[in-house]
Design a protein around this ligand. Structure first.
Ligand code: DAH
Length: 344
């Protein structure tokens, strides 16, 4: 009798060891501890023993039953918890973490709006390098080395100071890409927008950054006149800032255009009455423009005798600031999500 108990216990424990999941555990329980299981059967047979043997046999039977039950419970617990320590367990009832979705930067958004206005007029987008040669940034744009107009541009040169080379620089405007585009397209007509970063060695304040984005426009072809320039830019200003906008063109000087102009719209805040935003003038300057200088056309490979063109350039941050009433250019580049999220 005694051996039977031991044998049964060992067999049961061996099989319990092999059980790999809760289903196998359940099968094991039915086989050994169930109402028709092996243990119950033997327990019943205790009653048939001679009375003097019963207490001892009963006690042994109960002990084995307790041992097997405990072993089973322990393993079920382990399988359920997969032995994950409590501090690593996950509370699946917690609400999930929302993934952080980025938003489109307000300057990018404004650029896209500009593209959308010029695209139906036939303007495609091209780009050029941010590190530029003196030739393209100045020389071919009619700004020779000793030209006073160079004072307008506080240039960041790329060569170290001891090299005394001022041939390579971070471009100060997107205009050099006018030349690059003419070289690429000549003698085809051109209608392009040129977006990109520009750099100036300037102290930063509410209206100046040392890095900013410009978008340049260039149209070259036969028979293009100042009327085209005014028509295209007026259409742009009205779509961007409201159909009711008044526009104003005044003479201005840029070496790469002749005549050169500065374009303004009536103030979108005070409708021309005069307020802080427009400096009490009623007008907001939005861009520089002009008819491409014959020298510049020539430098790009076009014969100024039969080709003309117009060009314009604007600061994209300034357009975005006017449109959304932003009063500090530094907000665009300080990575403050409270600011950036307002443009989603
Ligand atoms: N490149 C000029 C600047 O950065 C802006 C400009 C003025 C561009 C007149 C033009 C233009 O294409 O015609 O200040």
């Amino acid at each position: 009798m005694r051996e039977r108990w031991e044998e049964l216990k060992e067999k049961a424990l061996r099989e319990l060891e092999e059980a790999r999941d809760l289903q196998e555990m359940e099968e094991w329980r039915v086989t050994y501890l169930g109402r028709r299981g092996a243990l119950t059967k033997i327990l019943r047979s205790v009653g048939k023993l001679p009375p003097e043997e019963r207490p001892q046999a009963g006690e042994r039977a109960n002990r084995v039953k307790r041992e097997l039950t405990q072993a089973w419970e322990a393993k079920v617990e382990a399988l359920k918890g997969r032995a994950i320590p409590p501090e690593e367990r996950i509370d699946v009832t917690l609400p999930g973490r929302k993934p952080l979705l980025g938003t489109i930067h307000p300057v990018t958004r404004t650029l896209w709006e500009i593209y959308d206005i010029f695209a139906p007029l036939g303007f495609q987008v091209v780009e050029g390098p941010e590190v530029e040669w003196d030739r393209y940034n100045f020389e071919l744009l009619n700004i020779p080395k000793d030209h006073p107009a160079r004072d307008m541009f506080a240039t960041l040169y790329v060569a170290p100071p001891y090299a005394r080379s001022q041939e390579m620089m971070l471009r100060t405007h997107t205009s050099p890409v006018q030349i690059r585009t003419m070289e690429r397209f000549c003698p085809e007509p051109i209608r392009v927008l040129i977006p990109g970063r520009c750099y100036r060695y300037e102290s930063v304040d509410a209206t100046h950054e040392w890095m900013f984005i410009q978008v340049e426009g260039l149209a070259v072809g036969q028979g293009i006149t100042m009327a085209d320039l005014k028509g295209v830019l007026t259409a742009f200003a009205r779509q961007m800032f409201g159909e009711e906008r008044k526009v104003r063109f005044r003479c201005d000087y840029f070496p790469f255009v002749e005549p050169g102009a500065e374009m303004a719209i009536d103030c979108i805040v005070c409708q021309g009455e005069g307020c802080r935003v427009c400096g009490y003038t009623g007008w907001l300057e939005i861009l520089g423009a002009g008819m491409v200088h014959p020298e510049v056309l020539q430098n790009g490979g076009y014969d100024p005798g039969s080709y003309t063109g117009f060009a314009f350039g604007m600061g994209v941050e300034r357009i975005a600031m006017l449109k959304h009433g932003i009063d500090d250019i530094r907000l665009f580049y300080s990575n403050d999500l409270r600011f950036l999220k307002q443009f989603s």
